[in-house]
Design a protein around this ligand. Structure first.
Ligand code: HEM
Length: 126
């Protein structure tokens, strides 16, 4: 039998949805982040739910609709500084707190997101 995916461990799509909705409500309130995001985050949140689903080992919802993620390239239009990467991760940690995401899944997911966030940094501090 195959090992359970992180996606299954945390409770599938409904859990990803709650996490992402809270995450973007945090982003909206973060002074370092909201200026570079669209005012209406509906479509951004929809794509992030698709992406995180596949990132955590669930169905390939993002790629099925949008093709290869090419995340670094897709972020190049936005000035992503180290400060913004830290801010992004802190909005995610707060969202994880709010949904009471359980260990050890939480630690493992944060680890992977931290690596990806580092990789998105594309500009020096403004
Ligand atoms: C899109 C910022 C890290 C996944 C975006 C957008 C911004 C942004 C401004 C465009 C929103 C829009 O136009 O709809 C940031 C910043 C980060 C960061 C400041 C800090 C490091 C990440 C990480 C991931 C991620 C770590 C993945 C785990 C995505 C996805 C999209 C997106 C999937 C939608 C791409 C698309 O349009 O198809 N991000 N991001 N981002 N971001 Fe990030």
């Amino acid at each position: 039998q195959n090992k359970e995916t992180l996606y299954e461990t945390i409770g599938g799509f409904s859990r990803v949805e709650r996490l992402v909705d809270i995450f973007y409500s945090n982003v909206k309130e973060h002074s370092a982040l909201y200026p570079i995001f669209p005012a209406d985050l509906t479509e951004t949140a929809r794509k992030q739910k698709q992406f995180l689903t596949q990132f955590l080992g669930g169905p390939s919802l993002y790629t099925d609709e949008h093709g290869h993620p090419r995340l670094r390239a897709r972020h190049l239009p936005f000035p992503i500084t180290r400060t913004r990467a830290i801010a992004w991760l802190s909005c995610m940690e707060d969202a994880m707190d709010e949904i009471d995401l359980e260990e050890p899944a939480r630690e493992e997911i944060m680890q992977r997101l931290s690596q990806t966030a580092q990789h998105m940094i594309n500009t020096a501090e403004d």
